[in-house]
Design a protein around this ligand. Structure first.
Ligand code: NAD
Length: 474
């Protein structure tokens, strides 16, 4: 079994003060895989103190210096890409495509932050005033398990571009991935204290970050429930917060769409990352007149999806991350049936041929209404609900009938028609007729999907505070 027994404070791997040990289980074999010793409040305070001390110098570094540090971080992550991919596949159960995409984006995020440093207007003139965008102080970064490296690297790269030092609290379920990523970041050879990494429980380490007066801002990615707890706690010290939370994203198929393209795509966007994706398009909203065609195509496509051990590169859907997550998704599938939805394909239990591991069949329900729990709540597994509409107005109404507003998808033979629909959907990001990667575009949610944006200049804005100076000779 792997042992993860150190955390990273002030440029060193150190033994935590915390003594609790947690055992992580391999999602394919269900066998114990890693023992991780968890940090506690004292460790968190030490990490915050190290980041605070480093901030004094780091916040005054030149753009050129930060660009150099970001290059070193990029090179160090890139150098061990294959190892990072292998550990992510093993610990988390991500497919090769997902894991390699995450690792590549993680390394790239340092280069994107460099680009921001080169192009972002840190000093502006507003009337007589000179406005300087200044760093906030020490930033707490709290991240989930479903693409661990990506969240850590993007958040720390942006915070560092702004001139902030950071305390990172990764998910306790990603301990082996965190260990390896920390080794890479350490190899970059930056001065101590700029980034500190403390793996521990959310209600221990995360709560300390939330309440500590020396943390100026929190950037959190995770569930809406925990995001609300952090926002409530952060207000006491008036911390800035960026919250990237859950979703229940609509995928609107317009009447004229080529279903042979749009529906296989809908299956992919509904089951991204083994179904564990905040931006998954899990509400498939289709014209009533084309329901039978949609059902036939999605059933055919779902039955061709290869589910299994992600060490096999042919596998398209791996296991869910934990037994708890598996039970939760199975419960939703049972609930969908109990609520009267029609099972088009998939259903309870593991796919044929898999007798262990947290594998769920790609599952599609039809006859779903917006009132059903499976249409309202984020399931976080490969489960898609089909809802039908009779007019475009009704399709938009269904799309917006959710507390979330993270992402949306629209398919049509006429891109301009799809744009018109997109303009009426309440969501932070909308993809028309495809899946795209645009790291300069803002990412984040309307409504209960969050607060603020990440990526590109919008992401950097969130780590800066404007200071206006007006002088007698302005
Ligand atoms: P989670 O909210 O349970 O945990 C996220 C992080 O918060 C973990 O590090 C956890 O330890 C920590 N945490 C837990 N309780 C805390 C507390 N009281 N105070 C401070 N920190 C605490 O989420 P998860 O299960 O790890 O991830 C899945 C969720 O993340 C889903 O809801 C998904 O939609 C969301 N997510 C959102 C995005 C996005 O960009 N919007 C991206 C990925 C995942």
């Amino acid at each position: 079994m792997k042992q993860v027994s150190q955390i990273y404070i002030n440029g060193e791997f150190v033994e935590p003060h915390g003594t609790e040990v947690m055992t992580l289980v391999n999602p394919v074999t269900e066998q114990p895989a890693t023992e991780v010793r968890l940090a506690d409040e004292i460790d968190t305070q030490r990490a915050i103190a190290a980041a605070k001390a480093a901030y004094v110098t780091f916040s005054k570094t030149s753009k050129a210096q930060r660009i150099q540090y970001l290059q070193q971080l990029h090179d160090a992550v890139k150098a061990r890409s294959e190892q990072l991919i292998a550990v992510m596949i093993e610990e988390y159960g991500g497919t090769y495509a997902m894991a390699s995409g995450t690792v590549n984006r993680s390394a790239q995020s340092f280069l994107q932050a460099q680009e921001l440093l080169r192009t972002y207007p840190f000093v502006r003139k507003e009337g007589r005033a000179t406005v300087v965008m200044e760093p906030l102080g020490v930033v707490g970064l709290i991240t989930p398990w479903n693409a661990s490296y990506g969240f850590i690297c993007n958040k720390m790269a942006t915070a560092m571009a702004a001139g902030s030092t950071v305390v990172i609290k990764p998910s306790e379920l990603s301990a082996a991935q965190t260990q390896l990523l920390t080794e890479c970041l350490h190899d970059a050879g930056l001065p101590p204290g700029i980034f500190n990494i403390v793996t521990g429980r959310g209600d221990v380490v995360g709560a300390e970050i939330t309440r500590h007066p020396d943390i100026a801002k929190i950037s959190f990615t995770g569930s809406t429930l925990v995001g609300k707890t952090i926002a409530r706690g952060a207000v006491d010290t008036m911390k800035r917060v960026t919250l990237e939370l859950g979703g229940k994203s609509p995928n609107v198929i317009l009447e004229d769409a080529d279903l042979e393209k749009a529906i296989p795509l809908a299956l992919i966007v509904g089951t991204f990352n083994n179904g564990q994706a905040c931006l998954a398009g899990t509400r498939l909203i289709v014209p009533e007149s084309r329901l039978d065609e949609v059902k036939a195509i999605i059933k055919r496509a779902a039955e061709q999806v290869v589910v299994g051990d992600p060490v096999d590169p042919k596998v398209q859907i791996g296991p869910l991350v934990t037994a708890k997550q598996y039970q939760r998704v199975e419960d939703y599938i049972r609930l969908g049936i109990a609520e009267g939805a029609e099972l088009v394909c998939g259903g309870e239990g593991r796919p044929a041929g898999l007798d262990k591991g947290y594998f769920v069949k790609p599952t599609v329900f039809s006859g779903v209404t917006s009132q059903m729990t499976i249409a309202k709540e984020e399931i976080f597994g490969p489960v898609i609900s089909i809802l039908t509409y009779r007019s475009v107005e009704e399709a938009i109404e269904i799309a917006n009938d959710t507390v979330y507003g993270l992402h949306a998808y629209v398919s049509s033979a006429d891109t301009e028609k799809a744009r018109a629909v997109a303009s009426q959907i309440v969501a932070g990001r909308i993809f028309i007729n495809g899946i795209y990667d645009e790291p300069a575009a803002p990412f984040g949610g309307f409504k209960q999907s969050g607060l603020g944006r990440e990526f590109g200049s919008y992401g950097l804005d969130a780590y800066l505070e404007p200071k206006a100076v007006i002088a007698d000779n302005d």
